[in-house]
Structure formats: C-alpha cells, structure tokens
Design a protein around this ligand. Structure first.
Ligand code: NAI
Length: 402
C-alpha cells in the first residue's frame, strides 16, 4: 500500500478521498517543513501533498526518488520544480477550478456594495454620521456587466449575474460559447462604453499587462465601477487612482495588486488606500472554507486516479493520458525520453517476454513521453527491471489489471 504524506494542514476532505479509495498509510503535517526535516518527512512517501509554502526544488526531488506523484492542494504550482519533476517521471497535479465559485460570489457581492455606496456609508456610520440619502445608490437589477476574460470564473459570474437580472457582455481573445443571454464583444472599447460594471478575469503576464490604463479607463462609462480579482498587473493603478479621484469612476474593488505584501504584518503600498469608494481585499477571492474542501477533494481524486490507473489528465507538467479502464491482466506505466526508439524498446522487451499488448495510450509533452500499456498476463519483476534499464526509460511502474 502506498504511503501518502500531506503537508500544510491540507483539508480533511483529502484524507476522506484517500481512505475511501483504501489508502491507510497517510501521514499529515500541520505546517510546511524544509531542509532535513522535509527530507525526513518525505522518506518513503510515494504520494506527496503540499500547499503553497513547501518548496519541492531540484535538490529535494532528486533526494526523494521514490516519490511517484505530487499534488499541489492550491492553484499555483511554482513551489515545485516542474521540469525536474517531469524529467523524474513525477506528474504534478493542482486544483484550477475549485475556487471559481468563491471568486464569482465575491465579485458580485462587491458589485452590489459599490452600486449602493456601502463602503463609504459604512465608514460614515462608524464615524458617527447618519446620512440616509439615496444619492448615487442603485440596484444591480437591469445594469450592464462587462466581463473581460470569459473563462472559468468569468463565465460563472455571467450566469449568476443574469440570475440577478443583469445584462451581461463579455470580451475574450478566444471565441467562447456564450452562456444564457450573454453577448460576446470583439471590441473591448464597445464593451467598456456600454458597461455599468467592468470585471476582469484574464490571466496575468505580458499579454494582459495594464489592459486597464488611462486610455481604456477613459472609454468606461462615467459613474461606472471597475472590479479586479484576476491578477494585479492587469490594471495601471495610478491611472485608476486618477479616474476615481476625478469622479469619472464611481468605485472600484481590487483583490490583487501589482506588488502584494509578503506577510500579514506588511502593509499594502498603494495610492488607493484611504479612498472610501474603493474596496481593497488581500487576495482572498478564492479563499473560502468551501474552496479549501473542494481543493482537498479535487487534488486527492486526481492522485488516486493516477495511482490506480496511471491517468494524468490535468497534470501541469506531464503528457496528459486520460482515464481508460485496463484492458488486460496488468498495466505498465512507462515514462521515457521523447526520442526515436523509446517505444520500440518497450515493445521489444514485452515481445521478448511473451507479453501481448492489448491496449496502449501514448502521449508526449516536450522531452517526455508517457505510454500506458495493457498486457495480457502478469508482469514479473524481471520484465520491469529490463524495462527500467532500457536507454531512454525515465521511470517504469506496474499496476494490476482489472
Ligand atoms: P481561465 O483561464 O479559465 O480564463 C481566462 C480567460 O481569459 C480565457 O477565456 C482567456 O481566453 C481569456 N483571455 C486571455 N487573455 C485575454 C485578453 N487579453 N483579453 C480578454 N480575454 C483574455 O482562468 P480563470 O480560472 O477564470 O481565472 C481568471 C483569473 O483569475 C486568473 O488570472 C487567475 O489567476 C485569477 N484568480 C484569482 C483568484 C483570487 O483569489 N483573486 C482565485 C482564482 C483565480
């Protein structure tokens, strides 16, 4: 039975999934470890679960050759050296969708609060004022929401917004199926001109850097609202500050920033601090109890599936082989250098050993090839050893068939 080691207080939903699949050797740690402590904890671990603070760099990965799969129980995976892991035949999984709903709910909640000028009114009551004016306060019903980036989060927001009675437009660089009555807009300018609320759900990186800038802010409707819970680099903060203080925008909500504080005691350095028509949150769009529970389940399920069938669908660093039921008496997981002859060597060893291939899936990604091969009889240790010493073999394991 495989040993599973989980760090950083991963949600108990993960343990439930492993236990339901029959795994009992599960060791959990409350925090991230490093140095010798981490290496000791990894001893004999075939499946490893981490969150964002455990660093699985080249040294750690090379010192733990028994690790077969890594689960990042979060979204980001840059705490793992993904190339080294791939070259060692270790797929890395994460949970890209588990917090989609949490972000969507926050964005719509903020839209409602800003339309009613609640941040400002809340502050006034705390300061001892009782101003009951309806000036500048609006319902969300009937307003137009412009979504930039109609992916997992953007499309979910569109669906929820329609349920609130909003008109929904979206702009995406790819052609996307519009859900409900949402309208795709090829022109970002036209979307900005028509939207009462604009919300950003694009990836980070150079291609989306400052897509909201002085010029695009000027294209937004006077009195409109901007929300960014995607990546901090997408908005030019000085230009946004100017649009808010001039009164061109009525409000904004930001969950992400070009430079974010590293720790709980470090203040956010931003000109937007202190503006009472701006909601600032510390990158918690996806952070809810439900998302943690979903992440625990989603990643554990991927690890169980890999461990039982070799499926790597959703792996971030590996050729993706989907789940297919084993067609033979045994299954061989063969990770190899993506070079001519690697598959030939696999077939030859199997033929020489009298094993007939009854099913096979091959995928490659960069320098790595991954073949999942079903054969008609049990695979002996000897055959496995022969496969492991073939030139180009990165890793080779065997699973029992159905
Ligand atoms: P996704 O990959 O499903 O969707 C992104 C969409 O943006 C895709 O449809 C893509 O075609 C589109 N896109 C790319 N470049 C574009 C451009 N220049 N203009 C218009 N559309 C463009 O991503 P998902 O899961 O919806 O996440 C969206 C963003 O939210 C990401 O940046 C992610 O990092 C961030 N995020 C933030 C969280 C938080 O806590 N605040 C939590 C989860 C995700």
């Amino acid at each position: 039975m495989k040993r599973i080691v989980l760090f950083e207080n991963i949600h108990p939903s993960a343990r439930e999934v492993f236990e339901a699949a029959g795994y009992t050797d599960i060791v959990t740690y409350k925090s991230a470890l490093n140095g010798e402590e981490l290496l000791d904890a990894l001893s004999g671990a075939e499946i490893v679960g981490i969150r964002s603070r455990t660093q699985l760099d080249q040294n750690v990965l090379l010192a733990a050759p028994w690790v077969q799969a890594i689960g990042c129980f979060c979204i980001g995976t840059n705490q793992v050296d993904l190339n080294v892991a791939a070259q060692a035949g270790i797929p890395v999984f994460n949970a890209p969708f588990s917090n989609t709903r949490s972000v969507a709910e926050l964005v719509l909640g903020e839209a409602i609060l800003l339309l009613r000028r609640i941040p400002e009114k809340n502050a006034r009551v705390h300061q001892g004022f009782w101003d009951k004016s309806a000036d500048g306060a609006y319902e969300i019903r009937g307003k137009t929401l412009g979504i930039i980036g109609y992916g997992n989060i953007g499309s979910q927001i569109g669906t929820l917004a329609e349920a609130l009675g909003m008109r929904v437009l979206f702009h995406d660089v790819e052609t996307k199926l519009p859900l409900g009555n949402t309208k795709p807009f090829v022109s970002l300018k036209r979307l900005l001109e028509q939207s009462d609320i604009v919300t950003l759900h694009v990836p980070g990186g150079e291609r989306t850097k400052n897509i909201i800038n002085e010029q695009t802010l000027a294209q937004m409707k006077p009195g409109s609202i901007l929300i960014n819970a995607s990546r901090g680099t997408v908005v030019d903060i000085d230009a946004l500050h100017a649009a808010l203080t001039s009164g061109h925008l009525a409000g904004a909500a930001l969950d992400v920033f070009p430079v974010e504080p590293k720790g709980v005691n470090e203040p956010l350095d931003s000109p937007l601090r202190g503006l009472d028509n701006v909601i600032l949150t510390p990158h918690i769009g996806g952070s809810t109890q439900e998302s943690q529970e979903n992440i625990g389940r989603e990643v554990a399920e991927k690890l169980v599936l890999f461990s039982r069938s070799g499926a790597t669908k959703g792996a971030v660093n590996f050729p993706e082989v989907p789940y297919v039921e084993c067609a033979g008496a045994a299954r061989i997981l063969h990770m190899h250098q993506n070079v001519p002859g690697a598959m030939g060597a696999l077939s030859n060893v199997l033929a020489e050993s009298g094993l007939n291939i009854v099913g096979q899936q091959l995928q490659t990604r960069g320098q790595l090839g991954y073949a999942v091969t079903d054969v008609d009889a049990e695979v002996s240790d000897e055959v496995l050893d022969k496969l492991r010493v073939q030139p180009g073999t990165v890793r080779c394991d065997r699973l029992k068939g159905a």
